[in-house]
Structure formats: structure tokens, C-alpha cells
Ligand binder design. Structure first.
Ligand code: NDP
Length: 505
């Protein structure tokens, strides 16, 4: 709060001076209250409307401003002006969040963390809307609302429900990679400063000649990865449910500015054609051995917001906010998000949310033919033409900025992904090759304490999936849960269809 200083006169929302802000107008000292006290009714009516719909996902978050600086030249890959020169700086606003919890939920919950960066570039705003995990649970957007329902509350009890949680995941085996990351200690980061951010999806970069490549973006923390153990995270829920929000604010306030290094993995269109993993499947990473990451830049957060609601709650990100030089890939989950994010913001903030200061472009003007709508609080483009084409000097499109055309063909149908052994490889690699003994021990313990609350048939079905990723991984979970290891192995050897039938009751 600001220090005491000479006070201005209190006014209504319309600027008229207020004579008294503690005593309502009443008929006599004991009431009743008179409706002629318009200051009272206005004050109550505005208060009644203080809450806007909370985000259906990523409701609890914290944000800060800073800058992104280019450290390495990638101009042969992209025409994006904010990446055009080593040393160039662009203002950013970053919002971190948990995903499944409500606005008042604890920061230390086991959950992926949102990692959304808004670059205020001179060609408009570019949003990198990622997570602290490089993959996701599902790869078709039609499954998204169902998946989120299972992470939220049971419709009857209004409680988080381990049966819903594990029922869906065990019926969705492509989730095994993300589940393995989520139940490792990376599922409970110590703070927002001590985690990486990943684009998770594949995106396109294209240059002036309209040559393109596919990329994955990784923001690597320069504070080092630090996580809570499951036990520490549980304890922290009671000690300080806002620990990550507080940590970020306090660090920036004391001048300890957190930073991340931006790396990209680059894949040519030719490499994409026959790569052993589908490069547009968000349940997969591109192993570093195949596609070594290269440095691009450095991001520093150095300024706290002055007003949480105005700047963090009203900040609105969309993976559909591209600038020339960066474009979407065919990733099905990304394609769903390209619609859903703008739509969610329109619902939450209204159709003119792009005019709010935190969302508006800062480094270039906005000149569109969109007009009117709720809360159009700028000049609404005055008397200038509101249609295109026009012969009255209105802004014109620039065909030069279009992304390169890419060839797409096929039968229009609901194409299901076929589950294959390939869907278990990366979860297994993570367990076997990347995790330390201690990581594996914590992973098993975290799974057992959560999955142990679900029905036995769901425990069996899910543990069979761990077994498919890695036999030892599955066996250790089975033993931790007191399941019959041979039964788990039998289930693991079945097709998913048979497994579901065998665990139906
Ligand atoms: P590498 O050994 O080259 O890289 C391993 C990566 O795993 C590092 O980026 C590391 O991040 C990260 N990591 C370490 N511990 C964990 C954990 N508990 N949960 C999640 N990530 C962790 O291996 P590959 O590239 O061949 O990939 C092997 C496996 O590593 C993958 O199957 C995937 O599960 C995981 N991984 C891969 C990433 C990629 O882009 N290739 C990115 C993140 C994870 P850091 O360097 O920050 O410690």
C-alpha cells in the first residue's frame, strides 16, 4: 500500500465529490435507510459485481513484467522482428499458474503449471502459452473438457475424486508420459521461479523467403530446478497456500529478478516426414539427441504489477496470437486451443478484452475493422471506415506477412489415433534414463499415495499402463499398492480394449 500523503477528494465513479463514506442516509439515527442515498446503492451495486468468471482452467496465477533479449541469431529461420537482432529487447508480461484448482486453491498442489509469455513486439503481441511440462495428457481437443472435468470436482459430492481422475487416465493411455512427469517431483515445483516453461506444441518458424521449419520452445530456469517432495507440498498447503505467488512477488520486490534462457529445437519439413515420433503429437518430446536445443535469448522478470486484478486477472493469453515469422502447426490439440483461448477470454472479459492495457499491443498501433461491443472504451476508431475494402484510406492487409502455404490432404473423418508401443517409449525413457534413484522412489511414492485412493480395478488398469512403460516401474507401483504383480503383468500384456473389459467391474 502507498504511504500516507495529501489526500484527494473522494468521488463517485462519475467524478462527483462524496460528502460521507461511512454513514448511510437514514430517516432518523436508527434507520431505515433511504433509497435516495445513491452513493450507497452505487457502492453496493458495484461491489456485487466485483467478481468476473474465474478461468475454467489456470484460475490461480501470478504475473510480472520484464524483458526478453535476443542472445543468438536465428534470422535464417524467422522473420519475426523481435528476434531480428542480437541484443534486441522486447517487453514481456508473464503469467504463471496452477491448472486444475480454483482461484483460492493452494500453489503447491500437484498439477502442471501454466507458463504464458506475452511479447509486446512492434508487429503486435505474440503469446507463447505453455506449461512447465514438455508434453500433455491428451492429443485430441475433443477430449479436453472431459479431461478437465475429471481433474475438478465430482458433480454429486463436490469433492476431488480419485476414481474420476484415474478412471479417465487409465482409459486414456496416451497420458502415461505426462502422468509420469506429473507424479515426479516436477509436479510440485518449489516456486514459479524454479521451473522450466515449454511450448509443448510444435510451431512453425518462417523467414522472409517463406522457407519454414518446425520448432519446440523451451524456457530453461536460470534459478535451477527446485521441487517440493510430495510431503513438503502437502505441508505447504497449510503453511502458505500462496507460497509461489508470494515467492515471485517478493523476489522481484527485493531486486532478485528471475530469468530464463530460451532454447529452440529445430526440425526441417523433410525430417518431419519420416521422424520416428509424430512431431505434431503433443504427448511426445523430441529427444535432445535427435534435435539438440540451440540458444535464442534470455528473459528477465523485473517489475511487479501495481494492481493484481487489472494486470494479472485481466491478462488474457492465446496461442493464436502470432506475429509474422511464427505460425501454427497441424498439432490437433494446438488447433483446438487456437479457438478455445480467445473464446474463453471473450466469455470472461468481453469481446473488447484486447483493449485492456495489459492485453493491448504496446509497441505498435492496433488498426482493425472490429467495432462496438460491450465495454468498447477507446474511441472505437472514430469516424474512420468500418468496412474492407474501402476507398477512404482505411488500413489495408499486407500479403507479405502470410505464413508459407503447407500441403494438407486426406479424407475428412474422425481419425482416431491408434495406440501403439511408441506411446509408452518416452515415459519409459524418462523413468529409466533420466530419473535418479531418488526421483524414481519419489515418483512411486507419489503415485501410490494418490492412486491408492481409487477403486482397485482402476488401480489395476492404471498400473498395467505403468508396466507397459517400464516393467520395473509397474512392478514397484503394484507392490506399493499391494496389488498382485502377476495380475498386473497379465493386464499389461492385453490390448487396451481387453484391459478395459477385464477391469470393467
Ligand atoms: P535428455 O537426457 O537429453 O534430456 C532429459 C530432459 O529431461 C532434460 O531436459 C531435463 O530437464 C528433463 N528432466 C529431468 N528430470 C525430469 C523429470 N523428473 N521430469 C521431466 N523432465 C525431466 O533426454 P531426451 O531428450 O532423450 O529425453 C528423455 C526423456 O526426458 C523424454 O522422454 C522426456 O520424458 C524427458 N524430457 C525431454 C525433453 C526434451 O525436450 N527432449 C524435455 C523435458 C523432459 P532439465 O535439463 O531442465 O533438468
Amino acid at each position: 500500500m502507498p504511504k500516507e500523503r495529501k489526500r484527494d477528494t473522494l468521488t463517485t465513479g462519475f467524478g462527483t465529490p462524496v460528502d460521507d463514506d461511512v454513514s448511510s442516509v437514514t430517516a432518523g439515527p436508527k434507520g431505515p435507510v433511504l433509497i435516495q442515498d445513491v452513493h450507497l446503492t452505487e457502492k453496493l451495486a458495484h461491489f456485487d459485481r466485483e467478481r468476473i468468471p474465474e478461468r475454467v482452467v489456470h484460475a490461480k496465477g501470478a504475473g510480472a513484467y520484464g524483458y526478453f533479449e535476443v542472445t543468438h541469431d536465428i534470422t535464417k529461420h524467422t522473420r519475426a522482428k523481435f528476434l531480428c537482432e542480437v541484443g534486441k529487447r522486447t517487453e514481456v508480461f508473464v503469467r504463471f499458474s496452477t491448472v486444475g484448482g480454483e482461484k483460492g486453491s493452494a500453489d503447491s498442489e500437484r498439477d502442471p503449471r501454466g507458463f504464458a509469455v506475452k511479447f509486446y513486439t512492434e508487429e503486435g503481441n505474440y503469446d507463447m502459452v505453455g506449461n512447465n511440462t514438455p508434453v500433455f495428457f491428451i492429443r485430441d481437443p475433443l477430449k479436453f473438457p472431459d479431461f478437465i472435468h475429471t481433474q475438478k470436482r465430482n458433480p454429486a459430492t463436490n469433492l476431488k475424486d480419485p476414481d474420476m481422475f484415474w478412471d479417465f487416465l487409465s482409459l486414456t493411455p496416451e497420458s502415461i508420459h505426462q502422468v509420469t512427469i506429473l507424479f515426479s517431483d516436477r509436479g510440485t515445483p518449489r516456486s514459479y521461479r524454479h521451473m522450466n516453461g515449454y511450448s509443448s506444441h510444435t510451431y512453425m518458424l518462417y523467414n522472409e523467403k517463406r522457407e519454414y521449419c518446425w520448432v519446440q520452445l523451451h524456457f530453461k530456469t536460470e534459478q535451477g530446478i527446485q521441487n517440493f517432495t510430495g510431503e513438503e507440498a502437502d505441508r505447504m498447503r497449510g503453511i502458505d497456500p500462496d507460497c509461489a505467488t508470494r515467492d515471485l512477488y517478493d523476489a522481484i520486490a527485493r531486486g532478485d529478478h528471475p530469468s530464463w534462457r530460451l532454447e529452440v529445437q529445430i526440425m526441417t519439413p523433410e525430417q518431419a516426414k519420416d521422424y520416428r515420433f509424430d512431431p505434431f503429437d503433443v504427448t511426445k518430446v523430441w529427444p535432445h539427441g535427435d534435435f539438440p536445443p540451440t540458444d535464442v535469448g534470455h528473459m528477465v522478470l523485473n517489475r511487479n504489477p501495481e494492481n493484481y486484478f487489472a494486470e494479472v486477472e485481466q491478462s488474457a493469453f492465446s496461442p493464436g496470437n502470432f506475429v509474422p515469422g511464427i505460425a501454427a502447426s497441424p498439432d490437433k490439440m494446438l488447433q483446438g486451443r487456437l479457438f478455445s483461448y480467445h473464446d474463453a477470454q471473450r466469455h470472461r472479459l468481453g469481446p473488447n478484452y484486447h483493449l485492456l492495457p495489459v492485453n493491448a499491443p504496446k509497441a505498435c498501433p492496433m488498426k482493425s475493422y472490429q467495432r462496438d461491443g460491450f465495454m468498447r472504451f477507446d474511441s472505437n476508431a472514430g469516424g474512420s471506415p468500418n468496412y474492407w475494402p474501402n476507398s477512404f484510406g482505411g488500413p489495408s492487409p499486407n500479403p507479405e506477412v502470410a505464413p508459407p502455404p503447407i500441403e494438407v490432404s486426406g479424407i475428412a473423418a474422425r481419425h482416431a489415433y491408434e495406440l501403439g508401443d511408441v506411446d509408452f517409449v518416452q515415459a519409459g525413457d524418462l523413468y529409466r534414463k533420466v530419473m535418479s534413484d531418488e526421483d524414481r522412489e519419489h515418483l512411486i511414492g507419489n503415485i501410490v499415495s494418490h492412486l491408492g485412493n481409487a477403486q482397485k480395478r482402476l488401480q489395476l488398469r492404471q498400473t498395467a499402463l505403468f508396466c507397459k512403460a517400464d516393467a520395473e516401474y509397474g512392478e514397484r507401483v503394484a507392490k506399493g499398492l499391494g496389488l498382485n504383480v502377476d495380475e498386473v503383468k497379465r493386464l499389461a500384456a492385453m490390448s487396451q480394449e481387453e484391459r478395459v473389459k477385464a477391469t470393467a467391474q
